[in-house]
Design a protein around this ligand. Structure first.
Ligand code: ATP
Length: 571
C-alpha cells in the first residue's frame, strides 16, 4: 500500500470533525491494508511507532527537521526559517517547499506504508555519536521520494505533532467497519485492546483472522488497561446499588500493575508506562512470590509504624530525597497494597468474579510482606461501610472502594463494579480531572509570570472530542505559575486543537496533553463552555481552583462529559 493513500486520508480527516466521517475514512484504509500494514497504520494514527508503554521516542526536534527540509528542497536556511515563521507548522512548510523543489532527485521511488514506517523506526533507534546526522539523512531520503502531502504528514509525525484528532475508539470502530460495514465487532475488538493496550497488535490480529479477536488472551508484559470506579455519595446508596459487597481501603498511593514471569518483573503505571526502575525493593519482593507467572495490581505507598499512618507516594518520594533512600526506606517503608489479580500461572483471571480473584490473590500474599493484600471486609449494611470509611480516614487514607462480589475485572472501563467513596464527597469540595487546552497571559501582579490561568476541557468519549468546562485562575502558587508557564509554552500551538469544541479563546492554545485536578463548588449551565451542551449552553464549573497536576493520567483518561452530566444531576 502506498503511503500517499494514507496521507490523503489524513488530510481528509483533518478537514472533518464528525466521528462518523473519520471512522469511514479510516475504515477504507484498513479495508485495503494487509495485516502488517494495518498494524503500522494504527500506530502511526496514534502518533506512535510501537505501543506507548514501550516508550519509543523519535527524538527529532524542529532544528533537525528544518535542516532536513533545507537539504531536500534545495532552499536556503533563511528561506526555510522564514516560511516556518509565517506558517507556524513545519508540516506545511515541508509540503510547500518540497512541492516546488529546487533540486530533483534522480532515482525517485514511491513510498510505501512499510518503507515509511521502517525508516521512522530506524530514526527512532539511532543513538550515539553522529546519530543526529544519520537521522537527518534518513529524513532527507524520505523527503526525496515523498509527494508534498506525504512530506507534510511525515514531518508532523517525526515532530510528534500529527494531531489528527482521532481517538482510540475511532480506530476501534474503523476496524469493525472495515470488516463488517458496521460496528458489530467493536465490543470484542475493544476488549482485546483493553487487555493488551497495543492497538497495532489488535489491528493485525483482527485483519489476520477476526475470530481470533473473540478469543483474545492476555499476555505477561503486555499491560492491561486499568479498571476505573464510579462514585456514589454515601454508604446507603452503595448498599442500594450493590447489596452485600466487599469494602477495601482506598489507598492514596501510586497505582501499579506488576507483571512477573520467572525472575523477570516489570512494573507499569496507571498510564502504562514502564516504571520498574523506580521500585527496586518491590521488584525484589515480587521475585520471591510463589507464582511463576502473575499479573496483579495495587497501590504503592509508605506506612510509618511510629505514627501508624500512611504516607502518599508523593510524600514518600519527597522523604526519600530529603533523608536519603536508606533512612527513609527504613522509617517509611514502601508497601504495595494489592487489590486485584488478572493472571495467574497460565489462567486469565479477568473474567472470574471479584471474590474468586481475591481468594487467588490472597493465596500467595502475606499481610507481613512488602506486597500485602489490601484491607478488605465483606459487608451487608450501610453502617458497616460507614465504620470502615471512618477507620480509613483516621489513618489518613482517602476513603473506601466498594466492590461488586460477582463482577469480572472491567479493564479500561468505568463501571459500578467498583464504587469509590472519598473524604471530599461529604464536604463541599469535589474535583474533576481536566485537560489543559489553553492558557492566559498574566495581567496585573501576574504579568511577571507570563501566566494568568488555564482553559480546561473534559473528554467526550462518545464523540472523541474535548469540550471546555472552566477557566481556572486560582489555586496556583507563585512558584507554580512560573512552572505552568514554562511547561505550557512548550506545547503552544498556533491554532485551536482540531478535536476541541470551544466558545472561549484563550491567549494561547496548547496541545491537549496535561491533566490537572480541579476543585469546584458546583456545576452550572453557561453559554461560554461546551461540555454536554444543550440549547446553546454547556456545563461549567463554578469557582474552579487548581489542585494539582495529574502526571499519572493522559488526556483520554480525563473526566468524561458523561461523568460531568451525572455529577450535575446529583448537585
Ligand atoms: P481518584 O482521583 O479518585 O483517585 P482516579 O480518577 O485516579 O480516582 P478512579 O478509577 O476514579 O481513578 O479511582 C480508583 C483509583 O483508586 C484507582 O485508580 C486506584 O489507583 C485507587 N485505589 C486505591 N485503593 C484501591 C483499591 N483498594 N481498589 C481499587 N483501586 C484503589
Amino acid at each position: 500500500m502506498q503511503f500517499e493513500e494514507v496521507a490523503k486520508a489524513f488530510n481528509e480527516i483533518e478537514k472533518r470533525s464528525g466521528r462518523l466521517e473519520m471512522t469511514d475514512l479510516l475504515a477504507r484504509i484498513f479495508e485495503k491494508a494487509s495485516p502488517e500494514e494495518a498494524e503500522r497504520i494504527a500506530y502511526i494514527i496514534q502518533g506512535e511507532l510501537r505501543p506507548p508503554y514501550e516508550g519509543i521516542d523519535l527524538g527529532m526536534g524542529e532544528k533537525f527537521v528544518l535542516e532536513a527540509i533545507r537539504k531536500a528542497s534545495g532552499y536556503g536556511k533563511s528561506k526555510v526559517e522564514q516560511e516556518f515563521e509565517s506558517e507556524g507548522d513545519l508540516g506545511l512548510v515541508a509540503e510547500k517547499l518540497l512541492g516546488k523543489k529546487r533540486q530533483q532527485s534522480l532515482f525517485q521511488t514511491s513510498l510505501s506504508v512499510l518503507s515509511v514506517y521502517n525508516s521512522m523506526f530506524r530514526i527512532s533507534k539511532a543513538g550515539g555519536s553522529g546519530s543526529q546526522g544519520m537521522k537527518i539523512n534518513r529524513l532527507v531520503e524520505m523527503y526525496n521520494n515523498a509527494t508534498p502531502i506525504e512530506a507534510k504528514y511525515i514531518t508532523r509525525f517525526v515532530l510528534g505533532q500529527l494531531r489528527l484528532g482521532v481517538g482510540d475508539p475511532t480506530i476501534l470502530d474503523a476496524l469493525s467497519v472495515s470488516h463488517e460495514g458496521d460496528k458489530s465487532w467493536r465490543e470484542p475488538i475493544e476488549r482485546a485492546y483493553n487487555l493488551c493496550s497495543d492497538i497495532g497488535h489488535v489491528a493485525r490480529v483482527f485483519l489476520e483472522d477476526p475470530e481470533k479477536i473473540r478469543d483474545f488472551k492476555i499476555e505477561v508484559f503486555k499491560p492491561i488497561m486499568p479498571a476505573m470506579a464510579e462514585r456514589l455519595a454515601n454508604p446507603k446508596e452503595i448498599i442500594a446499588k450493590l447489596g452485600k459487597c466487599a469494602v477495601e481501603y482506598k489507598y492514596d498511593g501510586f497505582r501499579i500493575a506488576v507483571h512477573k514471569k520467572g525472575n523477570r518483573v516489570e512494573i507499569y503505571s496507571r498510564r502504562l508506562e514502564k516504571m520498574t526502575h523506580m521500585f527496586p525493593d518491590v521488584v525484589a519482593a515480587v521475585q520471591n512470590l510463589r507464582p511463576r507467572e502473575a499479573i496483579f495490581e495495587g497501590e504503592a505507598l509508605a506506612f510509618n509504624e511510629e505514627d501508624k499512618r500512611f504516607y502518599s507516594f508523593q510524600e514518600t518520594m519527597h522523604r526519600r530525597r530529603k533523608y536519603g533512600l536508606e533512612t527513609a526506606a527504613k522509617k517509611y517503608p514502601l508497601y504495595v497494597f494489592a487489590f486485584d489479580l488478572h493472571y495467574l500461572d497460565g489462567e486469565d483471571c479477568t473474567t472470574c468474579p471479584y471474590l474468586e480473584r481475591r481468594k487467588k490473590l490472597e493465596s500467595f500474599l502475606s499481610s507481613k510482606g512488602t506486597i500485602k493484600p489490601s484491607t478488605m471486609r465483606i459487608v451487608e449494611t450501610a453502617k458497616e461501610i460507614d465504620s470502615l470509611f471512618q477507620a480509613a480516614l483516621s489513618m489518613k487514607l482517602e476513603g473506601i472502594m466498594a466492590k461488586d462480589l460477582k463482577a469480572p475485572y472491567t479493564a479500561g472501563k468505568r463501571k459500578f463494579a467498583w464504587i469509590k467513596l472519598k473524604k471530599s464527597y461529604g464536604q463541599e469540595m469535589d474535583t474533576i480531572d481536566a485537560v489543559i487546552v489553553g492558557y492566559y497571559r498574566g495581567k496585573g501582579s501576574r504579568a511577571r509570570f507570563g501566566f494568568g490561568g488555564i482553559l480546561v476541557a473534559v473528554y467526550n468519549d462518545e464523540t472523541s472530542r474535548f469540550e471546555t468546562i472552566a477557566k481556572v485562575g486560582s489555586g496556583f502558587t507563585e512558584d507554580e505559575m512560573g512552572r505552568f508557564q514554562k511547561m505550557l509554552e512548550e506545547d503552544k500551538v498556533k491554532r485551536p486543537p482540531t478535536n476541541l469544541d470551544y466558545e472561549m479563546d484563550p491567549d494561547f492554545w496548547v496541545h491537549p496533553r496535561h491533566v490537572v485536578e480541579v476543585a469546584y463548588d458546583n456545576i452550572t449551565r453557561s453559554p461560554t463552555h461546551t461540555c454536554g451542551r444543550e440549547k446553546g449552553k454547556g456545563l461549567a464549573l463554578r469557582f474552579p481552583r487548581m489542585i494539582r497536576i495529574r502526571d499519572d493520567k493522559g488526556p483520554f483518561n480525563a473526566t468524561t462529559t458523561k461523568e460531568v452530566e451525572e455529577m450535575h444531576k446529583f448537585s
